[in-house]
Design a protein around this ligand. Sequence first.
Ligand code: DX5
Ligand code: ZN
Length: 221
Amino acid sequence: SKPYLIAPSILSADFAKLGEEVERVLASGADVIHFDVMDNHYVPNLTFGSMICKALRDYGIEAPIDVHLMVSPVDSMIEQFLEAGASIITFHPEASSHIDRSLQLIKDGGAECGLVLNPATPLHYLDYVMDKVDQILLMSVNPGYGGQSFIEGTLEKVRQVRQRIITSGREIRLEVDGGIKASNIRAIAEAGADMFVAGSAIFNQEDYKAAIDAMRTELAL
Ligand code: DX5
Ligand code: ZN
């Protein structure tokens, strides 16, 4: 398996032709499709729900879909996304009243589960779930919008979470989301991340393959 996963965020895709955009970014070398769900309640923006995920599956998209829930409450959305064909579902612990229950709901539905921590959210949310999570997502911007700048303090947090993963002895993916581009991806990988979300750095380019190749070149150095 590839050591590093690149997960383009369709938040920056052209929604008027979403199926084609997803096909094109997969043909350009994307490993996973990152699917940003915003509810205008937990975050101050509104995107798309499970019907769009289902539509991509019905259109023929077979790649893993990584659903990042920026919604509160979370459990009803988890159920809908399990039905809609999500592969991985992550949520923000502050948005769930019963974190263990929400994680278990995802696992019982046959998807991989994880928590998302905002830039200032403490790591202690991970304390009692390291035996359960398949993935940990660290936000390197405040959630709600694409195209923001990477918050440098995230690098130290990535190092700390990588240590926790090593201590756990489990294979847990460490994903980082926000402001990632070819010029900073290597430093993020060196800090311990192995899965990289990129929205504007891919979809705002003419050539998606060139954008992804530039990131892979940095990761291979
Ligand atoms: C922000 C989203 C991110 C965003 C990343 O709330 O979770 O996935 O789309 O976009 P860029 O790569 O443009 O920062
Ligand atoms: Zn995201």
